[in-house]
Design a protein around this ligand. Structure first.
Ligand SMILES: [Fe+2]
Length: 266
């Protein structure tokens, strides 16, 4: 399997803090059946390291060397989790090669948990005009997307993609995120499942159990695509093969007619 979202790089964000912790995370990932992992440190979030992208590259190289030395067969790929806001287009363009996954056109973007800025559709349009394909990290953890799945539909309809966290299906982030993950899956909004692992305790690099849970909803083939075929296409900078038509909730609502009780009728 390929884990498209992880915080395995030591000492660059709120993920692994030491090289030893990164190596322990890597061992857990391999045990779970993960062969490739995209390292996606938080960038542009608060006072994150976005001014020091070179340092992140050297940390990643150090981890790759340590994995080899310790015979841990986990391949690490470049990427980032970009905390986006309306005014980030220029910065993203400027640092593009340090932000996209494995030099591809795919870019993981994250929204704050309780807010979506009003210009989001324009920014997505602008990103796509630059040839970038935004992958929305864990939309099931965002209260705006949970309340208004129509907004997520619009972004997917525009060509945006979604990555849900494996822990969302096991209830790691609570019932609301779990229910939303299942709803988005059923609405065909989900294209990837990643671990979003941060450590070896509460936020582990574990995906396999959730693949089974997802398979019980959308079938084994499509579940596998979320952790194999689609992320493999991203690493190769190709179009993802599993891209189902998203369901438009507005259409469903339109066909839903409210029957008024007789005392409202004149
Ligand atoms: Fe993350």
């Amino acid at each position: 399997m390929i884990d498209i979202h992880s915080h395995i790089l030591p000492g660059v964000d709120d993920g692994a803090q030491t090289l030893d912790e990164s190596l322990e995370m890597a061992k857990l990932a391999v045990e779970d059946g993960i062969e490739k992992m995209v390292a996606t440190p938080h960038l542009f979030r608060g006072n994150s390291l976005h001014k020091n992208l070179g340092a992140i590259n050297s940390v990643r190289n150090k981890l790759v060397g340590a994995l080899e030395e310790n015979n841990i067969s986990l391949q690490i790929f470049t990427g980032a989790e970009v905390h986006i806001s309306h005014n980030l287009l220029e910065e993203i363009k400027q640092h593009r090669e340090n932000l996209v996954i494995n030099n591809s056109s795919y870019l993981i973007v994250e929204f704050p948990p309780d807010h979506i800025f009003s210009g989001v559709k324009q920014l997505f349009f602008d990103l796509m005009s630059e040839g970038l394909i935004p992958i929305i990290a864990h939309p099931e953890r965002n209260s705006v997307f949970r309340r208004s799945p129509e907004l997520l539909f619009d972004l997917v309809q525009m060509g945006g993609l979604c990555q849900v966290n494996s822990g969302s299906f096991t209830g790691l982030y609570g019932t609301r995120a779990q229910e939303a993950a299942i709803q988005f899956l059923k609405l065909n909004f989900v294209h990837f499942m990643g671990s979003d692992c941060h450590n070896t305790k509460a936020s582990k690099p574990k995906i396999a159990a959730s693949v089974k849970a997802v398979a019980s909803i959308i079938g084994e083939e499509r579940a596998k695509a979320l952790v194999k075929d689609n992320p493999a296409a991203v690493l190769d900078n190709k179009e993802i093969p599993e891209l189902p038509e998203p369901e438009n909730l507005r259409e469903k609502k339109k066909s839903f007619k409210i029957k008024l009780p007789s005392f409202f009728k004149r």
